[in-house]
Design a binder for this molecule. Sequence first.
Ligand SMILES: [Zn+2]
Length: 295
Amino acid sequence: MFLVRVILFLMPFAIAGCSGGDMRSDFAVTYVANTGFLIESDDKKILVDALFGGFDSDWCYVPPDSAIDLMVKARPPFDDVDVIAASHMHKDHFNADYAIDHLLHNTKGILVCPAQVAETLSTSIHYSELRDRIRVVSLPLDSVVTITVSGVAVTAIRTAHLPTYEEDVSTGKSVDRHRDVEHLEFIFSLAGKAIYHSGDTYMNDVRKYESYGFGSETIDLAFVGWWDAREMLTFEQLLIRDVIRPERVILMHLLPDREPRGHPEREQSVAPEVYLPQYSMQTWTFPIKTEQGTE
Ligand SMILES: [Zn+2]
């Protein structure tokens, strides 16, 4: 197991890859469920937060069995995935058995994850044969690192999980039951494009996001948790609009069987293009533009 301890405090991320010249064609995004997506360029595939499921839920979307079967067997479109990324170990983002099955069927894939995710794999009988393909990103809170994984520049930002408060029965005090969750946000550099995934974070601090490097580079696509927020522009949405400034947004972590209430046009004020996933295995294809125009 690699242990990444190269810490670049408050260092802006940099987009690796080409800008102009020999550009590849489009990049494609397939929605699996919840915050899980497959991202593809001509020569690279990234699977983020998608290897999960096997439970019933009325609070998040879960991949259908057919999609899980394709993922764990590494069958198209989930074949030859280069980077498998997991933001944190919650069951609506990661399933250790599925990840092991996928890695056994996809011998080129490298898993990038926090230590808590890697620990869930360590009891597997296959762990010893897979451990060299697990890259643990272990960072202090609010720090950033960029590593190269299977030829893909992956920026990991160690942030707090969205807090969920509950009463501690022994003290009567309100405590965040997610306070110890190791959580990563990612920026993937793919075909010269920067693709941001917010995981389950709480976007509540503009200066912090500026310090991560947002605002200095173009974010071509942002996956952001949305829940239920069309009634007004929330602080999170203003942060996305004013700091992340993505060319396009795909909303994620949607609530099952409930259309977001309110005004769809409020979404459009956050980014020029906003997409709402409708069904598992829905695919979007986005053109890659150069200074000369669309190729
Ligand atoms: Zn979570």
